[in-house]
Structures are given as C-alpha cells and as structure tokens.
Design a protein around this ligand. Structure first.
Ligand SMILES: Nc1ncnc2c1ncn2[C@@H]1O[C@H](COP(=O)(O)OP(=O)(O)OP(=O)(O)O)[C@@H](O)[C@H]1O
Ligand SMILES: [Mg+2]
Length: 192
C-alpha cells in the first residue's frame, strides 16, 4: 500500500472508534508512556495536543504538569510549514487553532527552544515495528524533529490497529525511538 492508501485506511478505522474507545485505549497508552524511564527523567515534555479521535494526550499533559514537568505543544505555522513548540501551564491554555487543532491562545505563545525538549510524544496515522512513522502528509514533523537534541527521545503513540508490519519510508522520514500502543511497547535497544 502507498502512504496515501495507508492514511486513508487508518483515518477510516480511527473514525469508527467511539468516544469510550478513545478514552480507554488512550488511558492504557498513557500508563505505558508514563512508566518509561525516559518520561520519568524528562523535565521538558513536548506533546501534540490531540483532536478528533487521535490518541488523547489530555491526561499525559495534565499528569506531566501535576508532577512539575514543563510541557510544550506544537503551534502550526502554515505559511512556513513549521511547528513551534510553545509552553503551556494548563490544559485551559488550549483553544481550537490551526485546522481546529488545540493550540495555546493567540498572544499566549511562549515559544521554547527545541534544544530544551527531553521527550517528544509524536502523533501518527501509522507506525511500524522498525520505528517508521506516517503522518498526515505535509512533512511538519519530518521538518521539526531534526531540530531536537540528539539525546532527546521521540516516542510515537497510536492505537493497536495503527501499528503495522512495514510502512513505506523515504529518506526524509524521521524514525522514532519508541512506539507505544494500548498493548505494545517497542523501544529501541539502549533506550529505557
Ligand atoms: N526536512 C524536510 N524539509 C523539507 N521538506 C520536507 C522535509 N521532510 C519532508 N518534507 C516534505 O514533506 C512532504 C510530506 O512528507 P511525508 O509524506 O513523509 O509526510 P508525513 O511524515 O506523513 O507528514 P508529517 O511529518 O506532517 O506528519 C514530502 O513531500 C517532503 O518533500
Ligand atoms: Mg514523513
């Protein structure tokens, strides 16, 4: 299957999840993510802010803030096709922004340096067991992720059905250090 075909199929499968499915599956994913040593050690967590039926990151954001971590979410700059990591202090800072994706309110964009990020929680329409990632198709994350520190940890989160055997990948596709679903935790050797 081509990238486009896989995106279509995954969007379709994901749109058939009920709200309860999203909540319960996201809770399992959040538990595994927050059990990682890399999460525990992270002082600055970057995570996407979920919308529609994406794996919910609300609890991830809330828990990270509760335990004193700094949290940044992406703000999408469409004219340059780039993501800016912006720190938030509360889930209440988020309002529907670019394409309806939750973003910090305008005028409340506290941009942080990419080099401050210790752990990045990355969305995807699909991932594979070789840590490849398939996004929505505009290259935003492929442009953003290389700006992170070399030792920053990139974790993709998705539902079980989105983890497939092999994705098509191109030279500019940035692979993950780990992929977490409700039933599976895949982490590259050498990363805890
Ligand atoms: N580092 C880069 N600099 C400039 N363009 C890039 C870069 N990486 C990817 N692109 C462009 O982005 C386009 C989309 O890439 P791809 O299909 O891999 O998107 P994706 O990974 O699904 O999207 P996203 O990263 O937004 O989730 C490609 O045509 C590619 O040319
Ligand atoms: Mg890509």
């Amino acid at each position: 299957m081509t990238k486009t075909e896989i995106r279509k199929r995954m969007e379709m499968l994901r749109s058939s999840l009920t709200h309860d499915d999203v909540v319960s599956r996201s809770m399992a994913i959040e538990k595994s993510l927050t059990s990682l040593k890399a999460y525990e050690k992270a002082a600055v967590v970057f995570t996407y802010a979920s919308f529609r039926n994406e794996v919910s990151t609300n609890t991830i954001i809330q828990k990270a803030l509760n335990c004193g971590k700094r949290v940044a979410v992406p703000v999408c700059i469409t004219k340059d096709k780039v993501l800016l990591p912006c720190e938030i202090e509360s889930l209440d800072d988020l309002v529907p922004g670019t394409w309806g994706i939750p973003e910090p309110k305008e005028g409340k964009h506290k941009v942080i340096e990419c080099s401050e990020i210790d752990l990045a929680v990355v969305p995807g329409l699909s991932f594979d067991r070789q840590f490849n990632r398939l996004g929505y198709g505009a290259g935003y994350y492929d442009r953003f992720l290389p700006a992170l520190r070399k030792d920053a940890i990139k974790i993709g989160i998705c539902y079980d059905f989105q983890l497939i055997e092999q994705l098509p990948s191109e030279p500019f596709d940035i692979p993950m250090d780990g992929v977490i679903t409700e039933s599976t935790v895949l982490i590259r050797p050498g990363i805890k």
